[in-house]
Design a protein around this ligand. Sequence first.
Ligand SMILES: [Ca+2]
Length: 573
Amino acid sequence: MFAEMVRPRRSRLLYYGLKESLSKLIKLDLFANSFILRFEKVSSVAAPSIFVLGSGMNLNNCLVSCLGWGIAFLFLGLVCSPAVASDPAERNIVFFITDDEGPTLGCYGDSLAATPCIDRLAKDGVVFNRAFATTASCSASRSVVMSGLHNHKNGQYGHQHHFHKFDSYHNVVSLALPRVLAKAGYRTGHIGKYHVGPEAVYRFETYLRGNARSAVEMAEKCRDFISDRSDDRPFFLYFGTSDPHRGGGIDKASKLKLKPDLFGNKPERGSYPGVEEVFYDPAKVTVPPFLSDTAETRSEIAQYYQSCARIDQGLGRLVEILKEAGVYDKTLIVFTADHGMAFAGAKTTVYQPGLRVPFVVRNPYEKQRGFVSEAMVSHIDIAPSLLDFAGGLDPDLNGPKDWVDPDKYWKEKDLFAKDNRSGGNKFRSYQGKSWLNCLSGPEVDHWDSIFASHTFHEIQMYYPMRVIQDDRYKLIWNIAYKLDYPFASDLWAASSWQAQFLKGEDAPYGLKTVGQYIHRPEFELFDMKSDPDEAYNLAGKPEFAELLKTYQGKLKAKQRQLEDPWILKWKYE
Ligand SMILES: [Ca+2]
């Protein structure tokens, strides 16, 4: 895999070589000893600036000098001109992550979606049909993406912002995605939603600004970063939309008593600059099985799809910009979401609509493209995969080749020597593994089973759940099952939820009841082949007692391997 990776040597080396040679020529008084050439790197193109510092030449000298300058400029022109139009760096990375979006895309067979740009990308890339977040919570999930460690390992159990106050350990700096890619020779840029901490750990070199509700505007704000040739390193661009997260208030124009959330859409059918909003008729949308088919749900789904369509146009613009900059075929593009859609039954849960995410990857360096992969991949794999693509992953250690000892790192900076540490942990290896080889063909497998580790969403929402899921079965352990299931503030307020909740605990909610949604059993075991919508819990049924035991054993073994502190709960609760 690495053999075919040719890291660009770049024009900079050529420039410095030239500079040295010319300096030698000058020292040989080939032109005139009263001239000193000084080259300044005004840009990556190595434009020389020449200063006349001496004088006292006679005419002959001057003519000779002029001739010399002519030759010098010709020489520079010949050698530097190609450098001016130097080839852009190879193996750039765009990581495009949306906020609360299920695989509701055309390339996943969703006929309702208006996602032509993602669908085009998918036709020339790989659609991962079985891609999963490890937690359906914004901040927590993003820290997994950026660290390659589960939340119980990286320390970021929930939201980072405001009073929620969760941060990853400082020693995660040794594995943090923007840090390790910078060490691997990348310039790193971020735009849009960030939502992880501390910044000192997940530090990007460049922070770009743009309205995260308009991916089109965001793409435009990335234009200079993408096209920048003043820096000859390849780029890593982390592009995080706020769409289609709930927000922007409720749609006051709705005739319903319980009005739908706007999902970032402008009220009164308004639109963002450069965006052609796609409006949906609630009567014509499809309601997924985990939701109840009500007027309230339909109205919210219509808003959700409009928000998703806006993202697609942003991706389209970004692809245009990559093409204009001549880097589309030199850039790996990953498109995904932090977790599933923001409806009760998806976001914050570990059910399929919460954990399953869109995952489309286009790797221009692969010959075979345009297929669907059934390989099971997880957000835990993203950091090692991108580092693998960058040539910076040590396959034996499954960590960065150019690794920084976090203890030494902070000690040298006289910072965080004791603060916010996970004691005795070196953070040398990722918990995920690279899926880069899966991009070569649909026959390549990845995980036999995926693991999910969810502990918090908002600070008030302690509800630890652990999951193991393979080809056939899925086991959920609701560790704090005696508690009522807690609600994220936006999901609690959702009209699609309230419409059912107000009818009482016996009211249906998707394939369950409101009461079943709130009061959960300790274990939930599903046969994903015969029951992909997780409606029939097999745990507690005598005929499945052995199967339950087997999967409990598998889950426990995974917790041990992944150093999950909640493994203690098997003993004393
Ligand atoms: Ca989210």
